[in-house]
Write a protein that binds this ligand. Sequence first.
Ligand code: NAD
Length: 487
Amino acid sequence: MQGEARLLIDGKLVESSSGATFDNINPATEEVLGSTADATRDDMDAAIAAARRAFDTTDWSTNGGLRKRCLQQLQTALEEERELIREELVAEVGTPVLMTYGPQLDAPLSDGLLWPMAQIDTFEWERQLPNGDAFGMNSWRRVVKEPIGVVGAITPWNYPFEIIINKLGQALATGNTVVLKPAPDTPWNATRIGRLIAERTDIPPGVVNVVTSADHLLGEQLVEDPRVDVISFTGSTATGRRIMEHGAPTLKRLFLELGGKSANIVLDDADFTAALAMAWAGVCTHAGQGCAMQTRLLLPRSRYDEGLEIVKTGFESVTYGDPTDANNFMGPLISAKQRERVLGYIKKGVDEGARLVLGGNRPGQFDKGFFVEPTLFADVDNSMTIAQEEIFGPVGVVIAYEDDDDAVRIANDSPYGLSGAVTSASEERALSVARRIRSGTMSVNGGVWYGAESPFGGYKASGLGRQNGIEGFEQYLETKAIAGPLA
Ligand code: NAD
């Protein structure tokens, strides 16, 4: 398997100007899948210049009809290569193939481009204000929405296609141009999109540029360049902070989708079997490499032992291993570095006095691949490191609470605020708890908020702004108020 190795710069598929490449590793087998262009700072500079020129000198930003046609062409091209993308995602991400029928591929492919494309016709691009008479001048007044300009899109490796499609759909539908810098661990889904844009669409040269590199600091070049108007970033909170610092001199507009440590609260009147038998899925799916995973399980002390037993039985049932096997919910972690990081957190949990109920090791049955066992800690205090920090591995912690107020307090006692869940026999009671949790999304009694029309993002250290929904769409727009004299 050799994916698209070339960059897309100013409408052309090109090698790195240095000729250098870097390896793409299959995390389940540790085999080198092939290579990808390792762009230089000069390549990034050319991509930024192309995106700037395309925004400033073509009609892309004002021609909604062209944008709709191009997005539809890209959609068609992606659908035609759907099965190749599926195979490639499993190989380079290590995602269980099962996930590609949902959030890794089919879900974003169903609406990530099409929903923002539909807004081109329905969005209120202009609105009239009542006439004004400020300072004695009778004026008509109008509010106009315009694209911001050049978007620097920086993306992670865990759900790479999903995140890229949701960024591209909104940034392009709103009339911006884009320089995309994908994560070096999973470059081929991005370079494939670049090739399809070049070969299968009328998207003008420079409107989308795809720049892959083993060097994370090419992302920083995007952040610091004054020709880039906005950074749309998904990744870790640590990198988000650094982007804020490095974006400050150019007052960069920032949209940051960062980490999470979400709570799954089961209230004492809930049907515990229904609520907890699948609790493992919110922790272990895709080896826990999801920002909105529900990694803190909050159980009422009055039913703690009963709940823990159900959770443990669920964790014991998790099938994991070869990601190409549709029976597996968990594949490997993305890299040896991530595996060591996760194992380090597990050791810290034991050292700080949490009770290891299950897992905690590299599984003995695989001699290759970056696997970690489904791992469950009980008797966790919310102040422990494993309850406060994002582990990004298949590690769940169970925490006891006294009453609903205590559950809300513990859930909110986190630097993060991305997502969460609450279950109760009474929807009203669950909803009243959900309203008190300081996070950007909440599931009540198993409801699913996900979709291109649904804003997703975080409170607190989980980020700034929203991906998707009208709220996300508007983030790629500037607002201008215009007035003129009344006749
Ligand atoms: P990361 O922050 O290490 O890297 C993300 C991207 O940023 C990569 O493309 C990387 O090359 C780039 N980058 C790294 N340093 C940079 C710098 N100084 N300036 C500019 N760009 C830089 O994150 P990751 O390890 O790839 O992904 C895992 C993290 O992403 C987790 O914390 C997870 O919670 C988060 N995440 C959040 C969401 C969300 O929507 N909130 C979704 C997926 C992942």
